[in-house]
Design a protein around this ligand. Structure first.
Ligand code: SAM
Length: 287
């Protein structure tokens, strides 16, 4: 059963309104109706949102609410809501609050007893997951990867044994460094999907073992451009089976005398194996 009611005009409401992540055709009719009928649109970037609104012939006033002023401006918006105005919250693209501002506003609204109504709509993590071919029965959205290598490696170590699909957002400037760090920690066999420019002209959704994906991205600079999400297959206990017990024992003995990196390289040479997989196993299993 559907309910076409868009604006319950008697109650001031904060609407959470997703906007397209590339293809303007992905806005919903309900989003257009809400954006047209509210008193104010709170937007991450009022110029950016102004263009979207004018594309759809919407003349509603905008109000800037971004990461740097949200905590302080949220109270202004709550006061307007309590005074009887209805407000729509949008971000530059996709669903507000998903790696975007809005958390403080929604929290303060709920604390003040203001009604919060979410609209479903575009979101890069869900769009990417739905076509990735990776298990989607359980997944973990991890937001943006840390900007520094140490932070990224720590993050990959944290998720190395997580059995759910993990999804990250990444910027094109860091994609090569991030893939290198991922390779070092998760090894070349882990299946990874790069979902790029979703809903746009150059949409690409490419999945392969991480070692191959790194080479593919390095060899084609187009794959280093645009907006992108990385999806990592969850850990499978069989991932470790390829390392024989004798190899693990050798690595453990060498690690008592040598740094892990060196010990992994020597063990790899002795048994003619890939050092990354041994290094990763050592990181996860040896002190
Ligand atoms: N709120 C948005 C959402 O619902 O997905 C995410 C906003 S976050 C600031 C922007 C990041 O989302 C981009 O850097 C990229 O990692 C991811 N993203 C956004 N649009 C995308 C697209 N069309 N294709 C792939 N990733 C996208």
């Amino acid at each position: 059963m559907t309910d076409n009611k868009t604006l319950p005009t008697e109650v001031p409401t904060l609407y959470i309104v997703p906007t397209p992540i590339g293809n303007l055709g992905d806005i919903t009719q309900r989003a257009i109706d809400v954006l047209t009928n509210v008193d104010l649109v709170a937007a991450e970037d009022t110029r950016h949102t102004g263009k979207l609104l004018s594309h759809f012939g919407i003349q509603t006033k905008t109000f800037a609410l971004h990461d740097h002023n949200e905590q302080q401006k949220a109270q202004v918006l709550v006061d307007k809501l309590l005074a009887g105005h209805s407000i729509a919250l949008v971000s530059d693209a996709g669903t507000p609050l998903i790696s975007d501002p809005g958390y403080h506003l929604v929290t303060q609204c709920r604390q003040a007893g203001v009604k919060v109504v979410p609209l479903p709509g575009a979101c890069a993590v869900i769009t990417a997951l739905s076509a990735s071919g990776l298990p989607s029965d359980r997944f973990s959205f991890e937001g943006f990867l840390p900007a520094k290598s140490k932070g990224r490696k720590d993050k990959f170590l944290e998720i190395a044994k997580v059995e759910r699909t993990c999804v990250f957002y990444e910027s094109p400037h860091r994609i090569l460094d991030s893939l290198d760090d991922m390779l070092e920690i998760l090894g070349p066999e882990r299946e990874v999907v790069l979902a790029r420019e979703l809903t746009k002209t150059f949409e690409t959704i490419q999945g392969m073992p991480l070692g191959e994906l790194v080479e593919w991205v390095k060899s084609d600079s187009n794959q280093q451009r645009g907006e992108m999400a990385l999806l990592i297959h969850g850990y499978r206990s069989t991932d470790d089976d390829s390392i024989a017990e004798e190899v693990k024992r050798t690595l453990a003995i060498l690690t008592k005398e040598l740094p892990l990196k060196k010990a992994a390289a020597m063990t790899a040479e002795i048994y003619n194996l890939k050092k990354n997989a041994l290094y990763k196993w050592g990181l996860e299993n040896l002190d």
